[in-house]
Design a protein around this ligand. Structure first.
Ligand SMILES: NC(=O)c1ccc[n+]([C@@H]2O[C@H](COP(=O)([O-])OP(=O)(O)OC[C@H]3O[C@@H](n4cnc5c(N)ncnc54)[C@H](OP(=O)(O)O)[C@@H]3O)[C@@H](O)[C@H]2O)c1
Length: 274
């Protein structure tokens, strides 16, 4: 294992380990036999002390303060240590980890929330940025627990997250705002709701209940601007058709869109004969 034997059970420091994802990661590591030392604003070791105690330090704090925390801990880490983060955006945190430390650096994004019991079948994005020693250890730990790893650059990760999280959650927010703005009574809406709407109401509730998480994921992704432009153009196209009140034109547009998808690109299939 390039000098890191799996029998070595060293402590891992988690700054933000009192929060949702940090607690999740601490439980996961402890399940694998690695003692987790956690900290929050009012608990646990200060960043410099964390770096002294732990050969691997993970940053799992709100996106807006991630850069500041990396600046506080990075200079205290040794070149042979690991600095890693769990942030939902990767370009800025990875850039800061490289700049403010001389340690090995890996960006990690678990593509799920802290409510999950196990890693089995879950997607995890990895952005290896500096060093060779820690990567096999991390890969082994995640893969042996059934995670599906995808390795990429921080920039590509953020580009893809503009779709996976940015426009997806923005669309959820807009639908929630439309439902609330309509003035319809919640009880009436529920009595008239279909299973699809009920599923969507659950998703809307989830996004509205955690603005601290979703607002930066949406507003700090620089790639989202381009996707919002595409969204507006597609919505305007659909609106023009809907305003004509012609279902056949809309049906043809759906068929055309499905048939004209970029070869090899993501597409939905349409069933014309139904
Ligand atoms: N939640 C998710 O679904 C999810 C999924 C994947 C990745 N992530 C990423 O994981 C990271 C943490 O998210 P989370 O949902 O776990 O957030 P969270 O539950 O709010 O936890 C945030 C943690 O950061 C600490 N913290 C808050 N403000 C701080 C500050 N100014 N200085 C130092 N520490 C501070 C908190 O400590 P105290 O409150 O104890 O002071 C807490 O331990 C984020 O970067 C997020 O993008 C989240």
């Amino acid at each position: 294992m390039n000098g890191l034997e799996s029998k070595d059970r060293f402590p891992v420091g988690i700054i933000g380990g009192t929060g949702g994802m940090g607690q999740w990661f601490a439980r996961f590591l402890e399940g694998e036999g690695y003692p987790a030392i956690v900290s929050g604003r009012k608990a646990g070791p200060a960043p410099a002390e964390m770096a002294r105690l732990c050969p691997a330090v993970v940053v799992s704090v709100p996106i807006q303060v991630t850069g500041q925390i990396i600046r506080e801990v990075g200079p205290f880490l040794k070149p042979e240590s690991l600095l890693m983060d769990l942030t939902s955006l990767k370009a800025e945190p990875v850039r800061a980890m490289l700049e403010f430390s001389s340690s090995e650096v890996i960006g990690l994004h678990p593509l799920f929330g802290p409510g999950e019991d196990s890693l089995a079948g879950k997607n995890v994005a990895l952005c290896p940025a500096r060093g060779e020693k820690w990567l096999p250890w991390l890969r082994g730990l995640l893969e042996s627990n059934g995670a599906r790893l995808v390795e990429t650059t921080p920039e590509r990760h953020d580009e893809i997250m503009a779709l996976v999280q940015g426009i997806n959650h923005l669309d959820t927010l807009a639908l929630g705002m439309v439902l609330m703005g309509s003035g319809l009574d919640r009880q009436v809406l529920e009595r008239f709701s279909t299973p699809i709407l009920q599923t969507k109401l659950g998703i809307i509730q989830k996004v509205f209940s955690n603005p601290d998480l979703y607002a930066p994921i949406i507003a700090l992704n620089p790639h989202l601007r381009q996707i919002m432009g595409l969204f507006e153009r597609k919505f305007a196209e659909l609106r023009r058709i809907v305003e004509k009140g012609d279902p056949e034109e809309l049906r043809q547009r759906i068929l055309q869109e499905a048939a004209g998808a970029t070869p090899g690109g993501f597409h939905f299939t349409a069933a014309p004969g139904r």
